[in-house]
Design a protein. Structure first.
Length: 129
């Protein structure tokens, strides 16, 4: 087989594949239908995540004591870090909890950073809901 016929064979093959790809481009249309309940479920999940009432999440505890001291701790913390913080009351103490981590690995990574400023910080065992 000489070089000219090989070149023509390759050119013909290339053009035929290009033609098939162009023809398939017009016929490849996908219709996605979404149930109305999906949007409602997404909104519900977002509300649960914001209220910290979803699943077994991990937090970092910075402080446990009186309400006034907890408020001071949370102010100091928020000036240093960006993880969300909240005060949780568990009788008889107010606790400053930081974060809402999905797994222990995420919480451990954040704890390494936070322990530089708060050496007594720790990750309490999450409660099952």
């Amino acid at each position: 087989m000489n070089i000219l016929s090989f070149r023509n064979l390759m050119l013909g093959t290339f053009l035929s594949f290009t033609g098939v790809a162009i023809c398939q481009e017009d016929s490849a249309k996908i219709n996605i239908s979404e149930d109305e309940m999906i949007a409602e479920l997404i909104q519900t999940k977002v509300k649960l995540q914001k209220s910290h009432n979803i699943g077994d999440r991990f937090v970092i505890q910075l402080f446990s004591g009186s309400n006034g001291e907890a408020s001071e701790e949370i102010k100091d913390y928020e000036s240093l870090y960006e993880y969300p913080a909240r005060i949780k009351y568990e009788a008889p103490n107010y606790k400053v909890w930081v974060g809402n981590f999905r797994n222990r690995l995420e919480a451990d990574r954040a704890l390494l950073v936070i322990k530089e400023t708060y050496p007594s910080a720790f990750i309490p065992k999450p409660k099952r809901k």
